[in-house]
Design a binder for this molecule. Structure first.
Ligand code: F6P
Length: 322
């Protein structure tokens, strides 16, 4: 393996830069040339590719976002789009591709590998933490801390006004952020896509906590909760909770930005480096993850074909502690 490509794709996550840096610097030790593909699969199709050296990735380990840029690319979902991408890779004599992203990124990489005989390795990076094969994904820890700090601040103002706050956090299919920020922020109630939300149960639980004369109450809701999110729930609650002042706060993309935490930088450095090593050992169509603090390989197709389990013990814990 002499020449490899690297890209970031899908929603960005803090630590993607640290992973890119680790890819470039590890490749150097194995005498591999690295081609940086900007704007994910879109940039690959459009031939937005430049050679990078270890010096080019200086001073990025601490930066959020992705210097490689990212995109969600509909064209790459088609066979024709992937054929264009494969031709660009061939033109540059790129023998393998390291894709840093989430399940959609890995699904695309798998199709590319199967249709055009290209070696691909996945590095799990998404704030959602929803990938089977890694205890944590790059960016999750940073997003958790960002959301928790926001919730702490909301709690201050909620407490000052004796208000009921509905806080929506990201996670369109997964409740990892909601569950852990809910516990860390002492939420009275946590609603997740992984468990069906019954609005009558929500009302009963809120009545219970509000009857204890709490000064403020906070409900953390995952974006993908089946009720349709915080705004929808507030509409449903309003008639029964009119004597309480209720406010909705949707944290949104603030959760995707910011400098990565130390934990995310270390995880990204480990996984970016491992991606190059396993490619050099001849692996393909696998994701490098960390399970019980050891680097582990998982077939790429499992990462988008299977849903990662949420820890329901934590949900019980949240109920006990509210
Ligand atoms: O990257 C994951 C994620 O942040 C989800 O939690 C969220 O639903 C989605 O991306 C938002 O994507 P976009 O930035 O494309 O609107």
């Amino acid at each position: 393996m002499k020449k490899i490509g690297v890209l970031t794709s899908g929603g960005d996550s803090p630590g993607m830069n640290a992973a890119f840096r680790a890819v470039v610097r590890t490749a150097k030790t194995l005498n591999m040339e690295v081609m940086a593909i900007r704007h994910g699969y879109k940039g690959l199709i459009e031939d937005d590719i430049t050679k990078v050296t270890p010096h080019d990735v200086s001073n990025i380990i601490q930066r959020g976002g992705t210097v490689l840029k990212s995109a969600r690319c509909d064209e790459f979902r088609t066979k024709e789009g992937r054929e264009k991408a494969a031709n660009v890779l061939k033109k540059h004599k790129i023998e393998a591709l390291i894709t840093i992203g989430g399940d959609g990124t890995f699904q695309g990489a798998t199709h590319l590998a199967n249709e055009h005989d290209i070696n691909v390795i996945g590095v799990p990076a998404t704030i959602d933490n929803d990938l089977v094969g890694s205890d944590e994904t790059i960016g999750y820890d940073t997003a958790l801390n960002t959301a928790m700090e926001a919730i702490d601040k909301i709690r201050d103002t909620a407490d000052a006004h004796d208000r009921l706050f509905l806080v929506e956090v990201m996670g369109r299919d997964a409740g990892f952020i909601a569950l852990e920020t809910g516990i860390a922020g002492g939420a009275e109630l946590i609603l997740l896509p992984e468990s069906l939300t019954d609005i009558d149960d929500v009302k009963a639980s809120l009545n219970e906590v509000l009857s204890e004369q709490r000064r403020s109450s906070l409900v953390v809701i995952a974006e993908g909760d089946d009720t349709g999110g915080a705004l929808k729930i507030s509409e449903e609650l309003k008639p029964d909770f009119s004597k309480y002042e209720m406010r909705v706060c949707i944290l949104g993309h603030v959760q995707r930005g910011g400098n990565p935490t130390a934990r995310d930088r270390v995880l990204a450095s480990r996984l970016g480096s491992a991606a190059v090593s396993v490619l050099n050992e001849g692996h393909s169509q696998v994701m490098v993850g960390v399970v019980n603090n050891k680097v582990k390989l998982t077939p790429l197709k499992m990462t988008f074909g299977k849903k990662k389990d949420i820890n329901f013990d934590l949900l019980e814990l949240a109920k006990t502690l509210r």
